[in-house]
Design a protein around this ligand. Structure first.
Ligand SMILES: Cc1cc2nc3c(=O)[nH]c(=O)nc-3n(C[C@H](O)[C@H](O)[C@H](O)COP(=O)(O)O)c2cc1C
Length: 178
């Protein structure tokens, strides 16, 4: 699949059949995420694959809120990739301000590389930013100085691409002046 197709075909899939994810396809997407640019090439992340059924259940629960609809679909997701970075604390933010800001960019870029690569080999994905950091830290046995910054649901399930409303080109692009 060409880059343009992968970018245009990627969408947030929220229907999953729970079936195991093809290991080679997953490894391909992780490898391409590993090639992402990173400020000062620090690569301040680790990609933690969660595909053991009991752990997957725990991770899915950490993305849900009892009584709320948000992320309910994650109960059928067979695999998550947790993008783990340095925990952001006040002291650290003050001490290493620039560094911390770049971490977020680096992780976002790696997530996008992963999502495009996964899409290009026919995997469905959804980026998830709503979750309990505390529950995930426990489930994934993270060291105290690390936290999950973003999760990506990975699987298949026949979710159909849906045209999403994106801002018009002229609204979002300008040349030379804002
Ligand atoms: C940083 C970030 C966090 C997100 N968090 C969630 C989430 O918790 N749950 C969810 O279902 N979708 C989540 N999404 C997906 C967005 O809702 C989705 O990208 C947006 O609606 C546009 O749709 P599209 O991805 O199909 O283009 C997140 C996306 C990003 C980039």
């Amino acid at each position: 699949m060409k880059l343009e197709e992968a970018i245009k075909n990627r969408f947030s899939a929220r229907v999953y059949d729970g079936k195991e994810v093809d290991k080679e396809k997953l490894a391909y997407a992780l490898e391409l995420a590993r090639q992402s640019p990173s400020a000062r090439n620090i690569q301040p992340y680790k990609f933690v694959v969660c595909n053991e059924p009991e752990l997957v259940k725990e991770v899915a629960l950490a993305t849900q809120t009892p009584g709320a609809k948000i992320n309910r679909y994650t109960r059928n997701v067979p695999c998550f990739v947790a993008f783990v970075g340095e925990k952001v604390g006040l002291a650290k933010t003050l001490l290493k301000k620039a560094h911390i800001h770049y971490d977020d960019f680096d992780i976002g870029i790696a997530v996008q590389s992963f999502c495009l690569a996964a899409t290009s080999v026919g995997l469905d994905i959804c980026i998830i930013g709503w979750f309990s950091r505390k529950k995930l830290a426990k489930a994934l046995a993270l060291p105290r100085n690390k936290e999950v910054r973003l999760l990506v649901a990975v699987g298949n399930g026949g979710a159909q691409y849906k045209e999403r409303k994106k801002k018009d080109f002229d609204e979002i692009v300008s040349y030379n002046k804002f």
